[in-house]
Each structure stands twice: as C-alpha cells, then as structure tokens.
Design a protein around this ligand. Structure first.
Ligand code: FPP
Length: 260
C-alpha cells in the first residue's frame, strides 16, 4: 500500500468533539506498535550487506522514538526480533544482537534525557548474555522516564505470549490457586507479557507486506493497521505523523455500531 496522496506530514486530524465509547477516535493513539520491516531490501537496493540495513534500521528507531515522544504517544512497541528470526543465518542473528547491544550502550543516555522508559517483552533468556545485561541496565537506567515507554519485542511471538500466559495460569490452577472458570479475558490479558501495557491502538507495517507476522496477536484484536511501502530504514518522523493522521481518520467501532 502506498502512502500516495494521503501523505500530509504535520497535518493533525481534528479531534472528535464528543467522543463516544464506540467511535472514540483519538487524534493521537496511546499505543503504537511497529513491525520494523524492510531492512534487508533497503540494503540490497544499495548493494550493501543486510546488516547495513539493520544498522540503518536502528537509526530509524532513534528518529521515530523522538517523534513518538513529541507526538504524545504513550507506548511505542517495536518488533526487534521474532521467535521465527532464529531461522536466519547465524551471522545475521549475531549481527542483529550486536546492533541491539550497541544501540543500548550508546543510546540509553539519550533515552534518559528524553524521558523515555525502556521495557522489553519476549523470552530474552535465549538472547546472548551481553544483550540481556545491556537490556537490564537500560531498563534500570530509564525507569523514571515519563514521556514515552519504548517496548522492545525481542525473541517475541504472539503465539509464544499466549502459550506462556496459558501455561502459567494452568500451573496456578493445578496448584489449586485458581479455578478454571475464573479465567476470563481480563485475567488472561493481565497474564500476558504485554499485560502491563494498553493494547496497541495502531499497528504500523512498513516494507509493503500486509500481515501481522505473529506480532501482538492478542492485543491486535481491535488495532487499526496502517501499512506503507516505505522501508523501515527510510521511516522517519514524517512517516510516523502520516500514520498517526491515517489513524485519526479511522472510525473505531470495537464491534459496535457507528455513533453509539
Ligand atoms: C526485519 O527486516 C527486521 C528485523 C528482523 C530486525 C530488526 C532489527 C533492527 C531494526 C535492528 C535494531 C534493533 C533494535 C531493537 C535496536 P528484514 O530483514 O526482514 O527486511 P527484508 O524483509 O527487507 O529482508
């Protein structure tokens, strides 16, 4: 899907005068989630190794975090490494982990200065020790950030998250701490790795593909999805503002009827 004529950087959609519980379209989504796709193609087109694309992707992340904080977005979740990305060549996996470590080492101070709190979701026990250590250090260093929460999804998969929650609830039930009939959507949702965050209002997919790729499957139930052909390394504040403006034009009904 191309941005085409819809691209109007800086144009803020008008906030609805009287938000109703059904069509409560906020001008700015509370939670934006991004599938950072297109790094490899960006590099290929320039005759560069794929890792150069991932490196440029980390720079795009820096730009987008800054813009998200300026826009007043509360939570920004980015898909950094999926449970399926281990299928890539070991050199690429190692390279991505190295870029992650570098990003955390070099950028944590900026995150603190910009009021960004860093969190992560995913089974990070499988990540290299250096990545785990830098993650914990950044989480601690940024804990007081109040402008924006940046959530890195690492060794994350929507199916993993659901199975992980189900397993923990089943264990509690087996210990007699929980009756199965007590499990409802609210309880299940709180048990998820992403349970501390609101569900994503807007999922942005750069790179031209139209699929969720196992991202935030539970939370995505009523997310608005905006896709663009822009490759992730070319993504910037204008692209984010365009996606947010697209979101503002959507009517969110959550299964209800318009205007009710
Ligand atoms: C998908 O693009 C991207 C990834 C699998 C890795 C994303 C990693 C980064 C942006 C590096 C920095 C990450 C953090 C969290 C600092 P792709 O390689 O599938 O692109 P393609 O579809 O064009 O091949």
């Amino acid at each position: 899907m191309s941005e085409g004529s819809a691209f109007e950087p800086g144009r803020e959609p008008a906030a609805s005068a009287a938000p109703s519980p059904v069509a409560a379209a906020r001008a700015v989504p509370r939670h934006v989630a991004i599938v950072m796709d297109g790094n490899g193609r960006w590099a290929n087109r320039r005759g560069l190794p794929r890792l150069a694309g991932h490196r440029a992707g980390a720079q795009a992340l820096e730009r987008v975090v800054r813009c998200a904080a300026e826009l007043g977005i509360e939570v920004l979740t980015v898909y950094g490494f999926s449970t399926e990305n281990w299928r890539r060549p070991a050199t690429e996996v190692r390279g991505i982990m190295h870029i992650l470590v570098e990003f955390l080492r070099l950028k944590t101070r900026d995150l603190v200065r910009e009021g960004v709190r860093l969190r992560y979701v995913g089974d990070v026990s499988a990540l290299p020790a250096a990545a785990r250590a830098e993650l914990e250090r950044s989480v601690r260093a940024t804990a007081q950030g109040r402008r924006l929460t940046l959530v890195l999804a690492l060794n994350y998969g929507g199916r993993w998250e659901i199975v992980d929650a189900a397993r923990r609830l089943a264990a509690r039930a087996a210990r007699g701490e929980l009756r199965p009939e007590e499990i409802d959507e609210a309880l299940f949702g709180r048990e998820l790795a992403t349970g501390e965050f609101p569900p994503p209002d807007l999922i942005v997919r750069p790179g031209g593909e139209l699929r969720l790729s196992n991202f935030l499957l539970w939370g995505a139930a009523y997310s608005e999805i905006v896709a663009t052909d822009t490759l992730w390394p070319d993504f910037d504040g204008d692209t984010l503002r365009w996606a947010v403006a697209e979101f503002g034009r959507r009517e969110r009904r959550f299964g209800g009827l318009p205007g009710r």
